[in-house]
Ligand binder design. Structure first.
Ligand SMILES: [Fe+2]
Ligand SMILES: [Fe+2]
Length: 326
């Protein structure tokens, strides 16, 4: 079986009609369908870190179907065709991952650079640093409640951290920055900083519908009508009541969530009115901006400017010769 005609280096984004591939991909979804002539075939969507492609299995669809499991890794061999203006993979061979093939889902879907379990552990370590027992209990209870979703949720549908584990990554970087800032400004109460950061976007798990790949298909009905800010405020009210959280602390935390977008046109009906809520807003902005810059500059050569970037107010940004972007 000479597989030299197959290319196992190309990512989905790089594929062109006529390419032959032999690669590990993730089965996002599959379905057995019938042509108008009554012939059965498998229609499937495959993904890797860079994108998604539709594929068809014409030969022996029943046998192939037996090895297919959604969200599982398979090895496919086939050729790329163009069909109706889109690329399609005609599968010649497909098999499940072998036991000795050590490939993780995170290698095949766009993901945060740190393993979700590791990030969640670090976030929980920050929660444990909260000195006030009531606030610590509140934060731990909410983290526990959404534990499973946090392991794969992105921070957004598009824009910053819109990949698997993005929400945890966003929160973790904000916690680390928040801890540093609190060392400089002793006037800050780290209990509120840590709790506010952990809870500020947590209701994105209720606002958006994400699959296990961190891909958001849509906002939920509740997300569309309320949004993660109001959902987050309600969450603190409800979970706070359950543990008899002191009223003043509950309101101070609710205000942090309420004001973190700063402007009414971005969803915050009140501007920050506590010192920690002011800082929370800037921690959020710093991390979102860092993500956008890093993301854009990855694709820019040293000594060159990027194209105009919509999320950066249409700026074109420059990548100096000596830089740390990888
Ligand atoms: Fe937010
Ligand atoms: Fe945020």
């Amino acid at each position: 079986m000479g597989n030299n005609i197959y290319d196992n280096q190309k990512s989905i984004q790089e594929l062109k009609a006529g390419d032959k591939i032999d690669a590990f991909v993730l089965v996002k979804s599959y379905d057995v369908k019938k042509t108008t002539a009554g012939k059965l075939y498998v229609d499937l969507n495959l993904v890797d870190r860079t994108g998604e492609i539709n594929a068809k299995i014409w030969e022996n669809p029943k046998a192939s179907e037996e090895i297919l499991v959604e969200n599982s890794i398979v090895k496919v061999r086939g050729e790329i065709l163009e069909w109706g203006g889109a690329l399609q993979l005609k599968v010649n061979k497909i098999r499940a991952l072998l036991e000795n093939e050590n490939i993780q889902i995170s290698q095949l879907v766009p993901s945060a650079p740190i393993e979700p379990n590791e990030m969640l552990k670090e976030v929980k370590d920050f929660a444990d640093k909260i000195k006030d027992i009531q606030i610590r209990t509140l934060v731990n209870n909410i983290l526990e409640k959404y534990n499973n979703k946090l392991l794969f949720y992105p921070a957004a549908k598009k824009n910053h951290h819109s990949y698997r584990g993005g929400l945890l990554y966003h929160v973790l970087r904000m916690l680390k920055t928040g801890e540093m800032i609190s060392m400089i400004y002793g006037s800050l109460n780290t209990d509120y900083i840590f709790a506010g950061v952990i809870l500020h976007d947590i209701c994105k798990v209720l606002e958006m519908d994400s699959d296990d790949f961190g891909v958001v298909s849509d906002y939920t009905m509740e997300g569309k009508l309320l949004g993660h800010i109001i959902q987050g405020v309600k969450e603190i009210e409800i979970e706070g009541e359950k543990i008899g959280l002191d009223r003043e602390k509950s309101i101070v935390l609710q205000h942090m969530i309420l004001s973190h977008h700063y402007e009414p046109e971005y969803g915050s009906p009140k501007k920050p009115m506590t010192i920690e809520s002011e800082v929370l807003h800037y921690l959020d902005i710093i991390d979102a901006r860092m993500f956008d810059f890093e993301n854009v500059l990855k694709g820019v050569e040293e000594g060159r400017f990027s194209d105009r970037v919509w999320v950066l107010d249409n700026r074109s940004v420059y990548k100096p010769i000596d830089n740390n972007i990888k």
